[in-house]
Ligand binder design. Structure first.
Ligand code: PMP
Length: 442
């Protein structure tokens, strides 16, 4: 570090100061600013396997994994080679490519409800388009979403619930017209009575329910057994569609995402599904897919418009294909193992310091809620908010000081990669006692 500074390399503090001059808040996505944990964000310059390295030359074991895409670990040689090879043949054609069809077929082979797929560039676009498509298909306007679920930053999804069981939402952000937010009904998660009530009252006006297949944007909150199945049943009884958002869970928690984990008794078939993150292997690819009858309402076949200069970008698609091809059974076995080892180790360290908590798990995704009030686990947004959230920032910083990079908010999932080997996990485990003490003292 001394050498790098002598050579004129900037510190994280200097880089953050400079970034804040040029970029609002110094970041291009708010959570990166460390707003909820305080301190200076690390400016990363490289990553490999389970590690990331900051501008000061410090290496961290990474439990963010690019917010999900890096299931193989960072800079996996197969993915990097595929990207380099594609890049050498041209960066963007604005025309169809054989690789786009290949990626669509890979998804359709894995996820049976997806008969056809349209590629876009971000999860936000995928959910925004899925909602437009559901409205175009049903001829209805209302959308139901669950409190605490995140589906990107399009207007109708930045809607916060007011009080009451089924509420016409208020804007969740400045700049969202009340008329737009008012088309979104927000209800509590994991509450089938609330689903029945909203359909009883507004059923003939509801185009779709959008739901995270397993909620992971308020920390992890898995669906109760049968929740997704019964949600689909109720929506279909009212001729409304279900959009299952697998931007975060898709191709991460199993080869067929969360949908793939719920076979047998709790099996369900969504009408539309959205994907992001892993499908692009760290590059900007996302997608919406579902029943062909619905998907064919998209332009150019149908009247629902959607387009994109960079949709199906050849370099990005190459990363997605290489990632899905490399994600064999052994990758998912390792993701599952690593997630159990890390989550159990964190839980044991917290327990050793007397910190009441619960581990929240959905497949290989996990997070923690702190405090007696939630020690039995949290099932919805209200319960998640009852936790002692202030215990997380000191825990987070103790881990960061010890060289472990966690999500910079208690309301985010933790992500392992298949490259989290014994050595990386040992570094996490070594850092835990001091972090648990910091959480206990908070
Ligand atoms: N849906 C879900 C479930 C997500 O987790 C996210 C992003 N974390 C999005 C949609 C939005 O994706 P993007 O950030 O690519 O727009």
């Amino acid at each position: 570090t001394a050498l790098r500074q002598a050579q004129g390399a900037a510190t994280n503090d200097e880089l953050f100061d400079r970034a804040r001059q040029a970029i609002p808040g110094g970041v291009n996505s708010p959570v990166r600013a460390f707003g909820s944990v305080g301190g200076t964000p690390r400016f990363l310059v490289s990553a490999r396997g389970p590690y990331v390295t900051d501008a000061e030359g410090r290496e961290y074991v990474d439990l963010v994994a690019g917010w999900g895409p890096a299931i193989l670990g960072h800079a996996d040689a197969r993915v990097v080679e595929a990207v380099q090879d594609a890049a050498s043949r041209g960066l963007s054609f604005g025309s169809s490519t054989p690789a786009e069809t290949e990626l669509a077929e890979l998804v359709e082979q894995r996820v049976a409800p997806v008969e056809q797929l349209r590629l876009v560039s971000t999860g936000t676009e995928a959910t925004m388009t899925a909602i437009r498509l559901a409205r175009g298909f049903t001829g209805r306007d209302l959308l139901v979403k669950f409190a605490g679920h995140y589906h990107g930053h399009s207007d109708g999804l930045l809607a916060a619930a007011g009080s009451g069981l089924a509420t016409f939402a208020l804007p969740g952000s400045a700049g969202v017209p009340a008329e737009i937010a008012g088309l979104t009904l927000v209800i509590p998660y994991n509450d089938l009575d609330a689903v029945r009530a909203v359909f009883a009252e507004h059923g003939d006006r509801i185009a779709a329910v959008i739901v995270e297949a397993a909620a992971a944007n308020m920390g992890v909150v898995p669906p109760l057994p049968g929740f997704n199945r019964d949600l689909v049943g109720i929506a279909h009884a009212h001729a409304a569609l279900v959009i299952s958002d697998e931007v975060l869970t898709g191709f991460r928690v199993s080869p067929a995402g969360w949908w793939g984990l719920e076979q047998g008794e709790t099996a369900y078939t969504p009408d539309l599904m959205t994907f992001g993150k892993v499908i692009g292997g760290g590059m900007p690819v996302a997608a919406l897919g579902g029943r062909a009858e619905i998907m064919q309402r998209l332009a150019p076949l149908g009247p629902v418009y959607q387009a994109g200069t960079l949709s199906g970008n050849p370099v990005a698609v190459a990363a997605g294909i290489a990632t899905l091809r490399a994600a064999d059974a052994s990758v998912y076995t390792r993701l599952d193992e690593a997630s159990v080892i890390v989550a159990d180790a964190v839980s044991a360290a917290l327990a050793a310091e007397g910190v009441a908590h619960a581990v929240q798990r959905a497949g290989n995704l996990f997070s923690f809620v702190f405090g007696e009030a939630v020690a039995g686990g949290a099932r919805d947004y209200d319960e998640v908010q009852r936790q002692e959230a202030w215990r997380y920032p000191p825990f987070f910083h103790a881990m960061l000081d010890a060289g472990v990079s966690l999500p910079p908010s208690v309301f985010e999932a933790w992500f392992v990669t298949a490259a989290h080997d014994d050595a990386a996990i040992a570094r996490i485990v070594e850092a835990l006692p001091a972090a648990a003490r910091a959480a206990a003292a908070a």
